[in-house]
Design a protein around this ligand. Structure first.
Ligand code: ADP
Length: 497
């Protein structure tokens, strides 16, 4: 069958020259490519050289007659249409030819218009067949593509090293890959379709998946990752995303689980290492620090001022190192859970009064006012570790003193916010630019600018504060305006009585 349907190839087989040449002229004008043959045998040879979409075939010719040629064409070129030219306009010949597979007939003699009509009809049939064939091939291809895509996705999911599961809006599982089942100790042949809670035992993970499935996290940015552990010291991290359909409608959740056991044990090794090294360094450094103090005191009278300065600088540096080591040790202890062990009932106001009194010496040195304001008479005691609380407020108030210029003021304000005790450390110091605010609670993060350049610190104070406050079930936040000062707010839960 010809594909180029703007033009088709037509073979005219007729022993009458007038018919051959007349038809060739008309058909060429219609845009067809025309070849002619004066005998059936020649016609078949031409077809063998190059197939035609349509054959106009005279029924009565010398030599091989039309019916015989028709049968051979049908047999050898089933896609080629044959329109027979019947010299004797008898219905029988036409019917006989149609039975033998002719598509149409045209009685001889015919007018050019008659020929055009018959050929156009055949051409339309050829066009439709070509179109149907194209569509069938396309359908076949699409089906084949779909089939391979489906099995490809299935194969990829099955071979993913991280556990993957998909749930619908009710949290019912529609897909789980083998890694997911392995990681969460779900039977390999577990059937799909039940709520996620029936497959997993971790309540936090269940809650996260249910929340995402029900469309509570359409905004990707606020989806928390969730860490959990299984037996045999295996740690996993689960991250989920909603599956969004048209108009951002939530269709369910997709969850991916990564094994973080190695990372966890490395983390633990790192903490142990830091703790060990810090511990080993602390006593020799303290000794050096003390001895430097003795030497400096001893040479005040005799040594030149430049030597005294060198030694004072060395003393400052050793003090900086001792602070760093203490902070590192504190962090390790918090991570171990060792720092909040001595839990008892603490009167927060008394504790704050003591810290403020203790730090007053420092603020006085800078001519700063340091005041404690208690807004409510009914501040209850809280159940916590006193050393941890001292560390939280000691760090915040020391920072306020350090990052406020001489003559500034610092207020520690205590009141109740619902069932939480709210402690605010307010200063009118340098303040912190917005771009640094989200980082200052990161380990070793220090803001370096003209104002803070000469202030020594470790960048570990605020991380310690955050870890401790969150281990007490509270939270810490900061608001700050550069040039105007900062307010650090700590909320600590009470039992509500
Ligand atoms: P550091 O040992 O440097 O004080 P922190 O973790 O306590 O470490 O604080 C991190 C950084 O946050 C500080 O280096 C400082 O730039 C900034 N910062 C903390 N408290 C204040 C404050 N009250 N006013 C201005 N900047 C502060």
């Amino acid at each position: 069958m010809t594909d180029a349907l703007d033009s088709i190839t037509i073979l005219v087989v007729d022993d009458e020259r007038d018919i051959r040449e007349g038809s060739a002229r008309i058909l060429s004008k219609m845009g067809c490519e025309v070849r002619t043959a004066d005998r059936g045998e020649t016609g078949l040879e031409l077809l063998e050289e190059k197939p035609a979409a349509l054959v106009l075939l005279d029924m009565k010719m010398p030599g091989m007659d039309g019916m015989e040629v028709l049968k051979l064409v049908r047999q050898n070129y089933p896609d080629t249409l044959v329109v027979v030219i019947t010299g004797f306009a008898t219905v029988e010949t036409a019917i006989e030819a149609m039975k033998a597979g002719a598509y149409d007939f045209i009685p001889k003699p015919f007018e050019p218009d008659q020929l055009r009509i018959v050929v156009n009809r055949a051409w339309e049939k050829i066009r439709l067949s070509a179109e149907a064939e194209r569509l069938a091939a396309e359908r076949q291809r699409t089906l084949a593509d779909l089939g391979t895509q489906k099995s490809r996705i299935h194969t990829i999911l099955a071979s993913l090293p991280s556990g993957t599961a998909v749930t619908d809006t009710n949290g019912q599982v529609v897909l789980m890959n083998p890694a997911f089942k392995r990681q969460l100790a779900i039977a390999a042949d577990a059937a799909l379709g039940k709520p996620i809670g029936e497959y997993i035992s971790d309540q936090g993970l269940n809650d996260l998946i249910m929340d995402i499935s029900r469309g509570r996290h359409i905004d990707y940015d606020d989806i928390p990752v969730y860490e959990f552990s299984m037996e045999n010291n295996q740690y996993f991290m689960a991250a989920g995303r909603p599956v969004l359909g048209e108009n951002n409608a939530c269709l369910g959740a997709v969850i991916s689980i990564t094994d973080i056991s190695t990372m966890k044990s490395l983390d633990q090794l790192k903490s142990e290492f830091v703790a060990k090294v810090s511990h080993e360094l602390r006593s020799p450094l303290s000794t050096i620090h003390e001895q430097l103090a003795v030497v400096i005191n001893g040479i005040v009278e005799v040594a030149p001022e430049s030597d005294q300065q060198i030694l004072s600088r060395a003393k400052e540096k050793t003090f900086g190192l001792i602070s760093l080591i203490s902070d590192l040790l504190d962090l390790s202890r918090i991570e171990e859970g060792a720092i909040c062990r001595d839990i008892r009932s603490i009167p927060v106001v008394d504790l704050l009064t003591n810290i403020v009194d203790f730090l007053k010496a420092r603020s006085d040195k800078k001519n700063q006012t340091l005041a404690l304001e208690i807004d409510s008479k009914d501040i209850p005691e809280i159940t916590a570790d006193a050393i941890a609380l001292e560390s939280v407020f000691g760090n915040l108030i020391t920072n306020a003193i350090n990052y406020t210029p001489d003559g500034g003021s610092i207020t520690v304000k205590v009141d109740m916010a619902g069932i939480n005790i709210r402690v605010q450390v307010i200063d009118n110091g340098f303040g912190i630019e917005a771009k640094h605010l989200e980082n200052i609670f990161d380990r070793f993060y220090r803001v370096k600018n003209e104002k803070t350049r000469f202030i020594t610190g470790t960048g570990l104070g605020l991380p310690i504060v955050r870890e401790l406050v969150s281990s007490m079930g509270g939270m810490v936040d900061v608001e700050s305006t550069p040039g105007n000062g900062s307010t650090f707010t700590v909320l600590l839960p009470t039992t509500g009585q």
